[in-house]
Design a protein. Sequence first.
Length: 367
Amino acid sequence: MSKQDYYDVLGVSRDASADEIKKAFRKLAVRYHPDKEGGDEAKFKEINEAYEVLKDQQKRQRYDQFGHAGVGGPGGGAGPFEGFDFSNFAGAGGPHMSFDFGGGLGDIFGQFFGGNAAQAGPQRGSDVETNITLSFKEAVFGAEKDISLTMDDECSHCHGTTAEPGHELVTCKECDGSGQIARVMNTMFGQIQQSVVCPTCHGRGKVPEKPCTVCHGSGTERRKQTLTIKVPAGIDDGAIIRLRERGEATPGGSKGDLYVHVRVTADKDFTREGDLILSHETIDMVDAALGAEIDVSTVDGVVRMKVPAGTQSGTDFKLSGHGVAYANRSGRGDHIVTIHVRTPQKLSKKQKELLEQFKAHKKRSLF
């Protein structure tokens, strides 16, 4: 489905002033705000999107020249929480949430509502977070990056069983194999019995007949690991890559996840807006007046670009397909080149004479 014209969204003409655009936005925002009766969240988002472009002079100029392609599509980056599975943040017990009201009341309400109910069986390993830094071009084209982490991994001697090889796992005597024990709490409401994870077998219901002599029954070893991460093309600064079950190990359970936070360094030549790459080129006023072909640096190398006669400073030109890879489809965005016209600060006598002749000729042509 094609996007509606931003001017039509706000109900203004294409030559509307900045003040007219702001007034139209405020009127529509009040009308369609989702918290208001009769509001429309989808329409409200559309209005905001249109205003974000039209209120910015540079973005508006590119939109007028190139349409929606001139202001970029959805970026590769992620918001603060994008890429996260929030169920994993509720603890090893599952996707419940407990609330701490102070004075122990959190445990009481958690018991009533299931927030702190014990979960028998193997627990999930801990999640791990790390950071990687990419150059601008690595973010555009993708890259493979090696990272080194020190974390709990499966014991190389017992292979995570916790038992010395040749020995068995036996039923935990403290919980009789249930993985849970009952705990009695004295509260203002009287005594409350709560099930908690068995501290001896850690919910597994079994303990080693003889603990592993290397990991001492923990089932894990702390060791340094090197992982190769394949970073997709088009990723943006602030994105988070989630690698399932590449976090820390735990006996009998699945590994946690690895979250990689991406930092993209600034580039001296290019900036980015979504799938667009932006840069500037400076030409002298003679080339601007007469037209010229110039070399433009792109992430793909140098590209020859034609600047037509009469080009004004601040004019944008589009190099199709030289931008950032699209996130959800094949192809790449565009590279927008903004032309700056350089006015000479010092002129030779001959140059001044020529410009004076041009000026005089221009005046005569007006009459």
